[in-house]
Ligand binder design. Structure first.
Ligand code: FAD
Length: 380
């Protein structure tokens, strides 16, 4: 392992590796990534690769637009085919309030050029006969939303970053830090490294890393589980949108030839992947009620991992005030994969030039003490 770096990135998930690639790609030398276990084995390994333009805030939508633009040319950039599928996302609402919010989101999305349709209950039922929409008022659908392979994108970033000279150190846990003439001396499980700049990109662990720097980074871990079935059709087409009930948070879609069911009901913050004892039962019962054919499917192994959440469900992406050279790039909730391509570029700009080509100042850490938070309303 090198003993000095221009930029040391703590965390080798999709965010840290996208940043490593982007820094090296604009000519920054001596970039080092440190990961306490195997790179990509954190939340990134749980990501289902979903991407969507349907968000409630302008910045989230713009980040998706920029990221998907990069994913579309990803094979040219890295040699890795991201295996894009445009199955769409469908958000459905059962109350006037939530349907009103979906309509508001749709207006914002369309104003930003996203082709989102508003569908009545009858239109929904006509299009997706396998799902029972009786209790819903309607929904919004975007055919341009879809999925890509998280692992292909992750590997693309890792492999291209290494070719460009980035050093990736696995099994290298950052345990403590000291200041050394304005630089950062990171003490790791494999020795020390002196860095001009440090980026905390440790996902759900970023709050813990913040403590090492005496900085309060309000990112907490929340366990999240998705049930996956074995290969199943029985009247359910091979390509369906991810259908998300914004009121109950029940999500239903496809993963390969199987199906996925999940909900995003609040759980206690924990680094352990523990779930309420009735979690599976509740999700399965909802699946049976909404999609009766699922009574005949069988479950395969679930997908589980940690969501990394800030109090307003938006990430913290900024230089830390009063700690020159220390940056945070974390807290992406359920959309870190889809925003990693754009965020990697923007964070590299911030480190190199002190400014970004897209205004991400609303993601600064001091928004919490200034009371300038604006909760992202579409977290799934
Ligand atoms: C079940 C599930 C499904 C999801 N599906 C999607 C989806 O469809 N689309 C989407 O966009 N997003 C999805 N997400 C969210 C997405 O996976 C995350 O937002 C994203 O992976 C976060 O990436 P990261 O690099 O910030 O964190 P991570 O991948 O967790 O990487 C952080 C790294 O930091 C390392 N680290 C921690 N502490 C230290 C230390 N002290 N020293 C050194 N290294 C350290 C860890 O080992 C880890 O590898 C999903 C998440 C879950 C849990």
């Amino acid at each position: 392992m090198r003993n000095s770096a221009s930029v040391a990135i703590i965390g080798g998930g999709i965010i840290g590796t996208s940043l490593g690639y982007n820094l090296a790609n604009v000519g920054v030398g001596n970039v080092v990534i440190l990961d306490k276990s195997k790179a990509g084995a954190g939340s990134t390994s749980a990501s289902l690769g979903g991407f969507r333009y349907q968000f409630s805030s302008e910045l989230s939508i713009k980040l998706s637009q920029r990221s998907v633009g990069i994913i579309e040319k990803f094979e040219q950039l890295t040699g890795y085919d991201p295996l894009v599928r445009r199955d769409g996302y469908l958000f459905i609402a059962s109350t006037e309030t939530s349907f009103g919010q979906l309509k508001k989101n749709r207006d914002l999305q369309r104003a930003l050029g996203v082709p989102v349709e508003l569908l009545s209950r009858e239109e929904l039922q006509g299009r997706y006969g396998f799902y029972k929409f009786d209790e819903f008022l309607g929904g919004t659908f975007c055919q341009e939303d879809g999925h890509a392979s998280t692992m292909a994108v992750f590997q693309g970033y890792v492999s291209r970053a290494k070719q460009l000279g980035v050093e990736l150190n696995e099994n290298t846990e950052v345990r403590a830090v000291e200041r050394n003439h304005g630089r950062f001396l990171l003490k790791t499980s494999r020795g020390s490294i002196l860095a001009d700049s440090v980026v905390i990109a440790a996902g759900a662990y970023s709050g813990l890393i913040g403590k090492q720097f005496n900085v309060d980074i309000s990112i907490k871990p929340y366990p999240r589980k998705i049930l996956i079935t074995n290969s199943f059709s029985d009247g359910i087409p091979p390509q369906i949108p991810l259908i998300v009930d914004v009121d109950s948070t029940f999500a239903f879609g496809r993963e390969g030839k199987g199906l996925i069911f999940a909900n995003n009901q609040p759980t206690a913050s924990s680094f352990e992947l523990v779930f309420p004892p009735d979690y599976d039962d509740n999700v399965i019962k909802t699946a049976f009620r909404r999609v009766p054919a699922t009574e005949r499917c069988s479950l395969s192994s679930p997908d589980a991992g940690l969501y990394e959440l800030t109090p307003d469900s938006n990430p913290i992406v900024c230089e830390i005030p009063n700690v020159k050279g220390l940056y945070c790039c974390s807290g992406f909730a359920g959309h870190g994969f889809m925003h990693a391509p754009a965020i990697g570029e923007l964070m590299a700009e911030l480190i190199m030039k002190g400014k970004t080509s897209l205004d991400i100042s609303s993601y600064s850490i001091d928004r919490f003490e200034k009371g300038l938070t604006d909760k992202e309303g579409l977290i799934i």
